[in-house]
Design a protein. Structure first.
Length: 236
């Protein structure tokens, strides 16, 4: 495996640079591919998670890997953007970020991902959230109460999800053994169905990082339609 596509703790099976765009993880209801075209398959019945196993965008990774970047200085935003022209509101939301090359690189990448999601779900506006995480934001395995959510980890360990095919007989996906836990590599794009988009969504969580000194930078893009009492705002 190449370093950019490798998950240090629980790698996605078959996650290599040469992965074909129609690879399905056996029994896991997850498809993984090396191009963004794999995300189109999230609309297929039985597909609960589509992962574009790309490398970290170079301009973003180069800025975030600097030793001088501290958790408190990581960028953050929460906004709603028009899917057809997301650049201007994203640039405005990142206007206070002193690292302008990082702000520009993030705005470009997020705008591209907004358009991909809008194409798939047919929405004119989307909710975008970028946040720094230094604790155990949501360590229980869950499904978001929302139709779809795109997740990218730009820094730190990626979102973990349960490979139900690896559960023991009668195993509960809410409390899986570690052998059934997979981790989305940093930089890769994961598009999950939520409980409003599927009867059997795959469960996921934010990886526990309290006490490790790690800081995550997480992007979420979705329809921004929280239901009363829902978990749609949970941090993956």
């Amino acid at each position: 495996m190449t370093p950019a596509l490798h998950s240090a703790v629980h790698p996605i099976p078959g996650a290599t640079a040469g992965l074909p765009s129609d690879r399905r993880i056996d029994g896991a209801r997850c498809v993984v591919g090396a191009t963004s075209a794999i995300l189109d398959r999230i609309v297929e019945p039985g597909v609960e998670l589509a992962i574009w196993n790309r490398s970290m965008p170079a301009a973003v990774g180069a800025r975030l890997d600097r030793a001088t970047v501290r958790a408190r200085t990581l960028p953050a935003l929460r906004t709603t953007v028009p899917a057809s022209v997301p650049e201007a509101p994203l640039a405005a939301a990142l206007a206070d970020l002193k690292d302008r090359p990082l702000a520009d690189a993030l705005a470009d990448d997020v705008a591209h991902l907004v358009r991909l999601v809008a194409h798939l779900i047919g929405r004119e506006t989307l909710s975008v959230r970028l946040e720094a995480i230094t604790g155990d934001a949501c360590r229980r395995f869950h499904a978001d109460r929302i139709p779809f959510r795109l997740i990218v980890t730009y820094r730190g360990p990626g979102t973990e999800w349960v490979d139900e095919a690896a559960l023991p007989p009668g195993g509960d996906p809410r409390h899986p053994p570690m052998e059934a836990v997979r981790r989305v590599p940093a930089g890769a794009v994961a598009l999950f169905k939520g409980s409003l988009g599927s009867d059997r969504p795959l469960l996921h969580r934010s990886p526990p990082i309290t006490g490790t000194g790690a800081a995550r930078l997480l992007l979420c893009i979705d329809e921004g339609l929280p239901a009363p009492g829902s978990s749609s705002g949970d941090t993956p």
